[in-house]
Design a protein around this ligand. Sequence first.
Ligand code: BES
Ligand code: MN
Length: 461
Amino acid sequence: MAQLDAILAHIDSELEGSLERLFQLLRIKSISADSAYADDCRAAARWCADTLSAMGIEAAVRDTIGLPMVVGHYRGAGESAPHVLFYGHYDVQPVDPLELWTRDPFDPAIVEVDGEKRILARGAADDKGQLMTFFEAARAWLNVEGRLPVNLTVLLEGEEESSSPSMVPFLTENADELKADVALVCDTNMWDRRTPAVATMLRGLVYDEVIVEAASHDLHSGLYGSAARNPIHVLADILSGLHDSDGRITIPGFYDGVAEPTAEQRALWQALDFDSAAFLGDVGLSIPAGEAGYSVLEHIWARPTAEVNGVVGGYAGEGAKTVIPAEASAKVSFRLVGEQDPDRVRDGFRNFVKDRLPGDCRVRFIDHGGDRAISQPSDGPWIRTAQQALSDEWGCEAALIGMGGSIPIVTQFKHMLGMDSLLIGFGHADDRVHSPNEKYNLDSYHRGTRSWARVLAALGA
Ligand code: BES
Ligand code: MN
């Protein structure tokens, strides 16, 4: 197809300009979890809306109860062309611990490691680099052909990394405007360096904060030690009881709705020939820690989790301070699979804590959101079309994979708009998303852009 070849050649020759645009976005400190960066988040939304509008995709920053969305529309492909919705998020995770970064997280650069060029910055992979692969593919289509082969709605959010509190109200209010034939989401990984992938499963998430209080104020640990209840001990004891010695989660009813992987899934995943030793070895580990009886791939794709994400309590400054603190707290999250119900998981956890709380202690909880897992059929027409386009770009068959992470909106698209999502991304397991020194391979960026140009062509054909 001469037309597609010209678009791909345009992407190749314009790579430098494309990177400059990506770097502009990466320089904006759009950390959604920290309200000190709310203006930066708005600046990132404005940058995205302006960039889309300048390309010919009329876009606006849209206020919500929280951080704004960006919504854009393109209707130039004609009545009979399919209508797709592209979703991405312009917010990023906090950067701490800052001292572990080899450079300023908001001063992007290309660095060469092991013969591989990498874009280093917070958000390089999650999700600014990924969303820009789609923007730049659309730009190439519009520059070369003067049109897109599909009608397009763009929806970008700025609270994905903070459980998307504004998403449900926004989708409810704008359902008619946002509904399309299928959603395209660029926020997931490839199978490996050479093999592209379409993800068909995402885990859900419940996030809760628990605060245990005992004495009315911090106490001298000599004056009160052994007479006064220590809330750190209480909390540590409860948290350590979340798993039994086989790694199974002990909350009553927790596994309701969790199904074993089917024989078909097991066979498919077996055929992927996953190197679990390398997967763990890359992060300095060697022994799978989850429930006995499951492979590492089953652990991350098909099993639920209970993880303590942070514990706070008592004195953690320099030197020694003898104190029994008045309170201790923990952030605890659960990855969900199958039909697990977020509300029941949250209730189960809270009851588990309350049942183990000794006298003289009080407990409070803060709800940080929750969403169900999502699983989509792997043989739909959209998936097959996209799979072929990806295979054409990468020269090998695109894998159908699960993903252990969560993208809450995909569940909402399905339940609120009745819309399936095509989960196509070009990240790698070693991108250090949410960590210091986040990176996105230049190859992911460049060939990711080329991939979307091909997917758009295939969807429009
Ligand atoms: N892009 C990630 C999800 C992801 C991670 C996909 C790794 C593929 C590989 C997404 O932005 C993310 O981190 N989501 C959060 C959601 C939460 C804050 C509601 C997550 O999974 O922790
Ligand atoms: Mn993301």
